[in-house]
Design a binder for this molecule. Structure first.
Ligand code: GAR
Length: 197
């Protein structure tokens, strides 16, 4: 049984996508939040998944005493220091094609900048904000006249399709293959997949 921790500070939609994906698989999930009021903890409770509030200052002690196969950041809004990062293997998801639009509100900033292609990146975590080597990226096109809400929804659909698959590959020591995302897909015309899952 593989053990992962999913850490988030807010809404937790990526956590929920991960939890549902691994539901009947041999992966034990612990949900952690640095925000005691975060909705991610509510989602974990509803899904029957172990969860706890973990203050930022207690990360080193917590991870020093445990052995996770992977620590998954999903909307965790603080930069972790080196002494914590060396206690495990950390990955993160970011809603842009890094290195473009690092930091907060990346979806809105990419849209406002008028770029025609943005997307989603899964990457290794370093103590640099949204830095670290890229593991997988998936584009989302922004055609003329696309509404912001539609773009934002598409980014989240891609996140929820991409992140669990990439995590599974890492846990199984496999190379991520983009054809994994098309399992059961009837084919779609947009730039970002996930809409038909
Ligand atoms: C996601 O869009 C994630 O990519 C982003 O926060 C959101 C969390 O949503 N992360 C970052 O911007 C990291 N710099 P969620 O809580 O519903 O999963």
């Amino acid at each position: 049984m593989k053990k992962i921790a999913v850490m988030g500070s807010g809404n937790g939609s990526n956590f929920e996508a991960i939890a549902k994906f691994f539901k009947d698989k041999e992966v034990d999930i612990t949900c952690l939040s640095d925000n005691i009021n975060a909705f991610i903890l509510e989602r974990a409770k509803k899904l029957g998944i172990k969860h706890q509030y973990l203050p930022f200052e207690e990360n080193a002690g917590y991870f020093g005493a445990r052995n996770f196969d992977l620590i998954v950041l999903a909307g965790y809004m603080r930069v972790l220091p080196e002494d914590v990062l060396e206690l495990g293997r950390f990955v993160n998801i970011h809603p842009s094609l890094l290195p473009a639009f690092k930091g907060k509100d990346a979806i809105q900033r990419a849209f406002n900048a008028g770029v025609k292609v943005s997307g989603v990146t899964v990457h290794h975590v370093t103590n640099e904000l949204d830095g670290g080597k890229i593991i997988a990226q998936y584009p989302v096109l922004i055609p003329n006249l696309m509404h912001y809400d539609e773009f934002e929804a598409e980014i989240h659909r891609v996140e929820h399709a991409l992140y669990p698959k990439v995590i599974e590959c890492i846990l199984e020591d496999k190379v991520f293959d983009f054809s994994d995302l098309y399992d059961g897909c009837g084919g779609c015309s947009g730039g970002g997949c996930g809409g038909c899952h």
